[in-house]
Write a protein that binds this ligand. Structure first.
Ligand code: HEM
Length: 420
């Protein structure tokens, strides 16, 4: 049997593949990693989305890391997602920096890094602690329910709204728009055209509303700057750099897309993992402050909340045993790189003491490395400290309902109970 025939049953572009149980998908990636070259997949047509030409799947840690690091060859333009959004999306809503190369990307990243400075994070820390305490108060009161709705979904969105200075009275509206955006991105590609179109329509309307809301806030802060992030972003710094109101809208979308679903899924997976691995939970709780940082890195490695991002080659290049041509697409499967036994001993073991832990869950070591990684780490650390500190017996009590997606490794529902 030739090598590719050994993996002919693996179809990474079919939603049927992503509907398979997580362990089966991981076993499929292990078989792809064993090949001596990346496999090509042809993309199906998705309504209103540009037909893809297909891509090679990068599945080994070394290949994914190199593609992330070498951004001159592995470009994030015209888009780092797969399938690729049609060009009119960028024309109407602007281009998020995740879909840009340097120097355009570097300019935006320099400006928005103000949002993630140690000073900003310290300011947010107290806010996160208060919110986490309030969420756990509600959990103590409820005793049981759905962990995603009652815990995991609440913290990240609150943090992003707090960062952007969205007034409290506007937050329910913002949440409604975000739900519309999530409903579309979570199920894309798996639906009949009519339903996809309806969800897409609601998604676009939500983006327009969010842009309007943030643009209004941006214009206010240009007129009357305050001590908040939006003021810092729209008013020029000493180098004369600032975001335009349109760029501000695009940045807010990116925060919502990048920082909401990801952290929510990491929290939900965390409860599941610390239920399934009582030894690791006992170890964590035996000395939380010392163990938490390692536990969070291992959680991100083991789960890979973001399954993949894409790149387009700018020139001929050889990687992982394949000669690529300019214009070829590759998809960087972070979820596979994080289980590569060439880098991680016993990669399928969840071990919170793993060290070193050079996982790629926050992306490769290149210009697009997750800007919110430290914020996400802080949210996870505070939430689990509050939760396990006050409810040491809180646990998942049923199977998760998985999100059907080839992008977010998501959990939609997770029954939990706590014993006081
Ligand atoms: C567990 C949580 C998170 C995970 C697993 C995660 C993962 C990732 C990954 C894999 C990338 C790389 C994109 C690429 O390859 O092109 C990325 C980029 C990014 N993330 Fe995160 N992320 C998380 C949380 C957050 C949070 C909380 C924020 C902000 C509120 C955030 C903001 C961003 C931004 C702005 C980028 C784009 C960076 C650039 O293009 O320069 N992320 N993230």
């Amino acid at each position: 049997m030739d090598l590719d025939a050994a993996v002919a049953d693996i179809d990474l572009v079919s939603m049927a593949f992503w509907a398979r149980p997580p362990a089966e998908r991981l076993a499929a990636f292990a078989r792809l990693r064993a090949l001596d070259h990346p496999v090509f997949f042809t993309e199906p047509r998705v309504p209103l989305v540009r037909a893809g030409r297909g891509f090679h799947a990068l599945v080994r840690h070394a290949d994914v890391a190199e593609a992330g690091r070498n951004a001159k060859v592995f470009s994030s333009e015209p888009a780092a997602t797969s399938p690729e959004p049609p060009p009119w999306i960028s024309l109407v809503f602007g281009t998020p920096m995740v879909n840009m190369d340097d120097p355009r990307h570097a300019r935006l990243r320099r400006i928005v890094s103000r949002a993630f400075s140690p000073k900003m994070l310290t300011r947010l820390e107290r806010d996160i602690e208060t919110t986490a305490a309030r969420i756990v108060d509600d959990v103590v009161h409820a005793g049981a329910g759905d962990f995603v709705e009652q815990v995991a979904a609440r913290l990240p969105i609150h943090v992003i709204c707090a960062m952007m200075g969205i007034p409290h009275e506007l937050r329910p509206r913002v949440l409604g728009h975000i739900d519309a955006m999530t409903a579309y991105s979570g199920v894309r590609g798996s639906l009949t055209s009519a339903r996809t179109l309806r969800l897409l329509g609601a998604n676009l309307k939500a983006i327009v509303e969010l842009h309007r809301l943030v643009a209004r806030l941006g214009r206010q802060r240009m007129r009357e700057p305050r001590e908040d992030l939006v003021s810092a972003l729209v008013n020029a710094n000493v180098e004369g750099e600032a975001l335009s109101v349109r760029e501000l809208g695009s940045f807010f979308d990116l925060l919502l897309v990048a920082g909401n679903e990801t952290t929510r899924n990491a929290l939900a997976h965390g409860l599941k993992l610390f239920t399934d691995h009582p030894d690791q939970r006992a170890l964590l709780l035996s000395d939380y402050d010392r163990r938490a940082a390692g536990a969070i890195e291992e959680l991100i490695r083991y789960v890979s909340p973001i399954i993949q991002f894409r790149r387009t080659l700018t020139r001929e290049y050889e990687l992982g045993g394949h000669a690529f041509a300019a214009g070829d697409k590759v998809v960087l499967f972070y979820i596979s790189a994080n289980r590569d036994k060439a880098v991680f001993a016993e990669p399928d073991v969840f071990d919170i003491t793993r060290s070193p832990n050079p996982h790629l869950g926050f992306g490769g070591p290149g210009p697009h490395l997750c800007l919110g990684a430290n914020l996400a780490r802080m949210e996870l650390k505070i939430m689990f400290r509050e939760l396990f500190g006050r409810l040491p017996d809180v646990r998942a009590v049923g199977e998760p309902r998985w999100l059907l997606s080839s992008f977010d490794n998501g959990i939609r529902r997770l029954p939990f109970a706590s014993v006081r």
